[in-house]
Every structure is written in C-alpha cells, then in structure tokens.
Design a protein around this ligand. Structure first.
Ligand code: DC
Length: 354
C-alpha cells in the first residue's frame, strides 16, 4: 500500500521548502515537514554542546540522539521545528549550521534516528515531506514523488535574495561554490545519498516562477487523483449510528466508476469493448468511523497492472483524516471467450506516467 506522502527531494536551494509549504496549503488537511531543518537542528545542538559536526565524539552524539525530541508546530507561514521545547528559528539557517548539517547528515546513527522520527510523523494525515532521501529511503512507497532542481547559478541567486544579500556576480559565485560543496557531500555520502527516485517526477525549475512550479506539481498530483465527495445518508448507517462496514466496498465501487470516467472511460464502454474487470480480491482497513451527514472525500488511483491484474487503491477521508483505506484487485477478462486478458491499453498507459 502506498503511503499518504508527497515526497519532494532535490539539491540545496532548489525551491523544495517553498513548494512543500505551498502544496500543503493547497491540499486540504495536508501538513508540510522540512526534514532539512531536522538535520540542521542536530548540527545546531551538537555545535552548541561544543562538538565538531564533521567529527563529533560518537558517545556524546549518541547520547544527544537518544534524548532529542522534535515536533513541528503550525505557524501562519507553514510550520516551525521545536527541538527539546525550544524554537531555534533562524539560528538553524546560518552558513555554519548549513555546512554542519551536511556533515552530520553523513553519520548513519543520525540518519537512522531522523528517518525513524520522520516515518512516525506520517501516521494519519497527508504529509508533504521535503529533503534529500524522502522518495528513496524514508518513504519509497510515497504516493507522489518529485525531484526539484535548478541550475547552480539560479539556486545561488535565489538563496542570496532569500537571505537579503546582494546578487552581484562575485557574491553569486561565492554562494554557488558553497552550494556546490554541500551538494557534493549530500550526493556522494555512502548512506542515503541525494538521488532522484526512478519514479519521481523531475522538475527543473530554472526558468519557472514559484507559481509555475507549484502549478506543475499540482497538475501531476491531480492527474493521479480522482476525488469523489459523498454525503452519508441514514440508509448507510447501522444501529451504532456509524457507516456499516460493508458499505465501504460499495463506496469503493462508486469511486472506481469516477476513476474510470476521469480517465476518459466508463465501465459500460469497457464492456462494450469486450472487457470485464471482476473483483478477485478486496481489502479494507478501518481506522475511524463515519456518521450520518458526514461529508466524505473518496480518493484513489490505479496503483498497479501486472499480467492480467489491475490493482485500484481507495481511501475515504473526512476533513483530511483517513477513516478507511483499502484496495481491490481486478482480473481483466475477455467477455467473448471468458478468458483472462491483458488490462486495457489506457490503464497501462496511465500507470506508465509518473
Ligand atoms: O534542505 P536543507 O538545505 O535545509 O538541508 C540541510 C542539510 O541536511 C543538507 O545539506 C543535507 C541534509 N539533509 C539530508 O541529508 N537528508 C534530508 N532528508 C534532508 C536534509
């Protein structure tokens, strides 16, 4: 089952944080998590304790990792990291901490600890998580993956403007060299190096505005996402006043109709084309219940096509929170011969596009 994560990876200053913040704002119930700030926080704490982030004393570092607590707090600008009850804010953004974060991020114990914290954050909500290894290591099963990049000069210029610096050629060259050094450490380290996941959508935003980048990402997400709103009627509830468990399979079916329609098809047309897709497996996992008059959002996608089988995933949410998730597996059948057949071309094509 793919996890409810939009993973954004890419080199330094490629626009990941802005994209994550704005995508989370555009998707109901989504929150954004900037994993770079977590590595920065470890470097910041280690440096404050007198350690050299490139060669820290391992026992002291391990003690720090054992007790460190991190959580993201929502702010009007997005979200801010709280470390052991403190909010370091801009103290995490100094050039010393940037270089320290890149160095300390090569240490496997640090990565193990932060990956564990990051996975625990993706429990119930849709998460937009950005970093270097989100689509490859933290959430290889993320539902949507992006790899953002831009030319070194564009990235240096953006970083300078963001920090209130003067983008004259000498300054741009200096910051570009700093960024290049960090990219090198990040992409050549042995543990979880920065690289694009094979199934990540590559966006080089050198010539795009911020809005254009977000627009492209949203288009990719929506192309994969059909959303069906559904208001629960009395008829769907049981004596406990909640939606009867078996009804969710009916919701899944209604949703599949919409999914096909979104792809430019209908089930009727498939049958006219001589193909049926009977269900051969249905899985449903219940996390919370829905009640009469709740407005549900049912979403999902074609997840896999293997041999003659097609897997369709489905989620039922209320205000962003997942109530039920599951999938059905269908065997494609030639109606004339009654024999198994390959999935229709359009489904295979949809699955080939990231
Ligand atoms: O995204 P950023 O520039 O704030 O990240 C700071 C450093 O943290 C970066 O140079 C490498 C490291 N990092 C990492 O190794 N893995 C991540 N998922 C995020 C950041």
């Amino acid at each position: 089952m793919s996890v409810n994560v939009i993973a954004i990876d890419g080199p330094a200053a490629s626009g990941k944080s802005t994209a994550a913040r704005e995508l989370a704002a555009a998707i109901p119930g989504a929150v954004c998590i900037n994993t770079g700030s977590m590595y920065r926080a470890v470097a910041w704490k280690a440096m404050r304790d007198g350690m050299d982030p490139a060669h820290p004393d391992r026992d002291r570092l391990n003690r720090l990792l054992e007790t460190i607590r991190m959580r993201f707090v929502s702010t009007p600008e997005g979200c801010e990291l709280e470390v052991d009850g403190e909010r370091p804010g801009n103290a995490l953004r100094t050039p010393e901490v940037s270089a320290g974060a890149s160095a300390i991020a090569t240490i496997p114990e640090v990565r193990r600890k932060l990956v564990e914290l990051q996975r625990a954050m993706a429990a119930e909500q849709m998460i937009v998580m950005e970093g270097r290894d989100i689509g490859t290591v933290v959430f290889p099963d993320a539902k949507y993956k992006f790899f953002l990049t831009a030319s070194p000069e564009v990235r240096a210029r953006r970083r300078l403007l963001q920090d209130g610096g003067n983008p004259d050629p000498a300054e741009v060259a200096r910051v570009a060299a700093e960024i290049a050094a960090r990219d090198k450490t990040d992409s050549t380290r042995a543990d979880s190096p920065l690289r694009r996941a094979e199934d990540a959508v590559l966006i080089d935003n050198s010539t795009f505005s911020r809005e254009e980048t977000i627009q492209r990402m949203l288009e990719r997400i929506q192309r994969k996402m059909t959303v069906m709103p559904y208001r629960v009627p009395y008829a769907d509830t049981d004596q406990m006043g909640v939606v009867y468990y078996a009804n969710y399979l009916v919701y899944f079916e209604r949703f599949r109709n919409e999914l096909l329609r979104d792809a430019g098809y209908t089930y009727r047309r498939l049958e006219e084309d001589g193909i049926a897709m009977p269900v051969i497996e249905a899985v449903c996992s219940y996390k919370a219940s829905a009640k009469y008059d709740d407005l549900l959002e049912i979403t999902g996608r074609f997840a896999e096509a293997k041999g003659v089988k097609v897997k369709i995933e489905c989620e039922v949410r209320r205000e962003g929170k997942i109530l039920v998730e599951g999938y059905t597996v269908h065997a494609c059948m030639d109606l004339k011969s009654g024999r198994p057949t390959r999935p229709p071309e359009f489904i295979r094509e949809l699955l080939l596009k990231p």
